[in-house]
Design a protein around this ligand. Structure first.
Ligand code: GLU
Length: 423
């Protein structure tokens, strides 16, 4: 498995990074070395070929992955991403992060992740539908409501979850809404799921501000990425009085030290206009956004954005990792030395999977909750996890990332101990 995954000692890739974090947490917790060894590799890797007919009439063959890291604490859970940079190492790292994330918020799942190497911005909606249905069919041998439940991730959305639900259900001959989460509400999706990751980011940002003696309403915030998580985070933070001074997407970034008018920006984007063409801010580069003057920086795009190269110039006092693995280990070290407080991904962005859990419970019971109930339960879970991570951080005098890892890895290891080894 290690050979297939090309793990390099001290490497800065996402998988090297999560393995280093696991080693440090396991050492600190003095975890049984046998259990530690088992947690280093995913339980299953499925690589599938996804041939589809393009609109031109020609067949193109894509590559897809589904990696199930652990089912120690329950069925596997994790999103599916469509991106040209998807590879097996990245998906494995993200699956592993899902295991710890679900354990940090104490929901009964193990971790998984899936992805297809493709550029959806260059594909028609019909091509994306065919790609989704063929990929769903290929991975249907390992997914299912009590096996592994996919959800949206980078470049996937409720419509794509609807197609997965339909493909899986058509093959079985009956409707199985609990096979995916993040699906449209009319198909059994949960109220509040679409913005759940962002709402969770908002809750932990608010709590971090309180912990650090700051107030979110008098803080300036820069957000990298304006997809589902970034745009909803900007909206919710703005609604609660936070001043969003910089935002970016793939087209570029804009900056306004007086605060960007987020409702106007959202209206601009909804007309299919590029973010960088918004008149309410000065155009800057993505690089400048990360280094701009702000109190709170929220990376909400891809992994590996904060590195040893730019970490020395970051001005934020707090970083809330809305993306998965946005900071490299070398970058993290510099942030720590500079006293920048980092709220790690496995806590900061766990709101998404938490409401996915609520959605799964509702789908199985066919009994649906109000948005208020969803948001209140989400707040309770995020607050509990935040408090537990801070307590470990103070008890062991470690940074917040290691404390969150210790909470997550510790819970998985405890489950592993009681389950024992088969056969
Ligand atoms: N893709 C999201 C994440 O990375 C959500 C996963 C889920 O809801 O299963 O946490």
């Amino acid at each position: 498995m290690k050979k297939i995954l090309k793990i390099s000692e001290g490497g800065q890739g996402p998988l090297d990074m999560v393995l280093t974090q696991l080693d440090i947490a396991a050492q600190k917790l003095k975890i049984d070395p046998d259990i530690h060894e088992k947690l280093k590799t995913p339980q299953r890797i499925l690589i599938v070929s996804v041939p589809i007919r393009m609109d031109s009439g020609k067949v193109k063959v894509f590559t897809g992955y589904r990696v199930q890291h652990s089912m120690e604490r329950g069925p596997c859970k994790g999103g599916i991403r469509y991106h040209p940079q998807v590879d097996l190492n990245e998906i494995t790292a993200l699956a592993m992060l899902m295991t710890w994330k679900c354990a940090v918020v104490n929901i009964p799942y193990g971790g998984a992740k899936g992805g297809v190497v493709c550029d959806p911005s260059q594909m028609s909606i019909y091509e994306i539908e065919r790609l989704t249905r063929r990929y769903a069919s290929e991975i249907s041998i390992i997914i299912g409501p009590d096996k592994d439940i996919p959800a949206p991730d980078v470049n996937t959305n409720p419509q794509i979850m609807g197609w997965i639900l339909d493909t899986y259900s058509m093959n079985l001959g009956h409707s199985v809404p609990s096979v995916v989460t993040g699906k449209p509400i009319c198909l059994g999706g949960s109220k509040g799921r679409l913005e759940a990751t962002a709402r969770g980011v908002f809750f932990v940002t608010e709590q971090t501000c309180a912990y650090k003696g700051m107030s979110l309403s008098s803080s300036s915030v820069a957000i990298q990425g304006f997809g589902n998580v970034g745009s909803h985070s900007a909206r919710i933070i703005h609604e609660h009085g936070g001043k969003v001074v910089a935002v970016s997407d793939v087209s570029g970034a804009i900056h306004n030290p007086e605060g960007i008018d987020i409702p106007k920006l959202l209206a601009h984007i909804s007309q299919n206009k590029a973010l960088k063409d918004f008149a309410g801010g000065r155009v800057i580069s993505n690089k400048q956004l990360l280094e701009c003057n702000c109190d709170i920086l929220i990376p909400a795009a891809l992994e590996g954005q904060i590195t040893e190269e730019n970490a020395p110039r970051i001005k934020a006092k707090i970083i809330v990792e809305a993306a998965n693995a946005p900071t490299t280990p070398a970058g993290d070290k510099i942030l720590n030395e500079r006293g920048i407080f980092v709220v790690p991904d496995i806590l900061a962005n766990a709101g998404g999977v938490t409401v996915s859990y609520f959605e799964w419970v509702q789908s199985i019971q066919e009994y649906f909750w109000s948005e208020e109930e969803v948001n209140n339960k989400l707040r309770a879970i995020m607050t509990q996890a935040f408090t537990e991570v801070i307590a470990l951080m103070e008890q062991y005098h470690v940074d917040m990332r290691l404390a969150a890892m210790m909470l997550g890895v510790g819970r998985v290891a405890e489950a592993g101990k009681y389950r024992g080894l088969w056969p």
